[in-house]
Design a protein around this ligand. Structure first.
Ligand code: FES
Length: 400
């Protein structure tokens, strides 16, 4: 790399320091329990998209492990999306066992208490046998809910310190207006991985590993002669969140199958025809680089997105225990208009599935070795600044 491009790629964060980062936050059960209280109960958490509950009565149920909660998200007759603990107020039975559906109300399977779509308790069988029972005080337990750009978020607090919009900050604002609702879900993958949630999300917050771990899945798509280690062209750090621009290899030589997919459908890495829709957005490709591929957005603590022209991928990292993470990956794109585009989408789904399997392999190995106790710290380079920021924020919140 020549001197000029070295400067262009180089980026420093003096306020975050340059020292080593302790591995204890990834291995200590005590630290994990404090994270649950001081991080996950103090942050807005993404639990879905509004398209999952398009009509009144539509509902989804999501496990939110760090809150130890099953959450029922439902669109009311007034069109509002609400979230409740999926718990019957009688004796605590799980109200619904379905993971999604459409209903006029919810009836508990245990003794038949019935709640309407707004969570009000509306019917109690054999009600006269109870003692001074006030149905108006026994509605479903509400979780604070708000929607940002079609993404549904919940908050454990009744009165969060920040509104969702305030929490999303400048990084979120830079993405507002992206045509999320034009894109449809192509596939959702989920797996529980044997590693800490931070270890797993680390793999999605730096490009250093791409030329090594993904050399078979993405042999020349990203790394180039001028940028062999996939340095990001620009990083943006907010109070909680961060973003970075990922650029492709201008000399990318598609594999034969890539070439075929481009002929019959759209590229795995975005549709040139969709570029116009993102041109006005300051959060995507702020440098207006011709080889822009996508922008990485890390919304603290556990929601990452890759956003490009005509596609976005979302990743939720749900902490189950100190060394177990349930991970959900969703790929969104324009609906296929013909068989060629359908086949191309299938190819993308398989390619990305294989790539994340490569990440899973390394993150589980990393966790095992951290758990051995012989690795006191990690050594992070400048291109791992998004990890450094995340570990810093978590540590500050845990130690308050
Ligand atoms: Fe739900 Fe009894 S626990 S009706």
């Amino acid at each position: 790399m020549n001197a000029q491009s070295q400067d262009q790629f180089r980026w420093t964060t003096p306020d975050l320091g340059t020292g080593v980062v302790s591995t204890e936050p990834n291995t200590s059960s005590a630290y994990f329990e404090v994270e649950r209280e001081k991080v996950f109960k103090r942050c807005w958490l993404n639990v879905g998209r509004v398209e999952e509950v398009p009509n009144p009565g539509d509902f989804i149920v999501k496990d939110v492990e760090p809150l130890k909660a099953s959450v029922l998200i439902v669109r009311g007759n007034d069109g509002k999306v609400r979230a409740f603990h999926n718990i019957c107020r009688h004796r605590g039975n799980g109200l619904t066992r379905a993971c999604r559906g459409s209903a006029k109300g919810f009836s508990c399977g245990f003794h038949g208490w019935v709640y309407d779509l707004s969570g009000n308790l509306v019917h109690v069988p054999d009600e006269e046998q109870f003692f001074g029972l006030k149905k108006s005080e026994l509605g479903l337990l509400v979780l604070t809910t708000d929607v940002w750009e079609g993404f549904i978020f919940i908050h454990a607090s009744v009165k969060p310190e920040q509104t969702l919009k305030e929490f999303m900050g400048d990084i979120g604002a830079s993405l507002e207006g992206y045509p999320f609702s034009d894109l449809t879900l192509d596939v959702e993958y989920g797996i529980t991985v044997d590693c800490n949630w931070k270890v797993f999300s680390d793999a999605f917050q730096e490009g250093y590993h791409v030329g090594f771990i993904h050399k078979n899945t993405f042999p020349t798509a990203f790394c180039s002669k001028d940028n062999p280690f996939l340095h990001m062209f620009e990083y943006r750090l907010g109070e909680f969140h961060n973003a970075a621009s990922v650029y492709g290899n201008p000399d990318y030589a598609p594999t034969p199958v890539d070439l075929l997919m481009r002929k019959i459908g759209t590229s795995t890495y975005g549709a040139p025809s969709a570029k116009a829709a993102i041109d006005g957005l300051k959060g995507l490709n702020p440098q207006r680089h011709p080889h822009f591929m996508f922008e990485v957005f890390n919304f603290f603590p556990n929601f990452t997105m890759h956003v490009g022209a005509g596609f976005y991928y979302s990743y939720n990292f749900w902490p189950v225990s100190v060394n177990k993470t349930r991970w959900v990956m969703r790929l969104y794109g324009h609906p296929a208009r013909n068989a060629g585009e359908r086949i191309s989408k299938e190819y993308t789904k398989v390619l990305l599935r294989d790539a994340v399997k490569e990440d899973i392999n390394t993150t589980e190995s990393t966790q095992r070795n951290m758990d051995s106790g012989v690795l006191p710290y990690m050594v992070l380079c400048d291109q791992e600044v998004m990890l450094r920021q995340k570990y810093g924020i978590v540590d500050r919140m845990v130690k308050v």
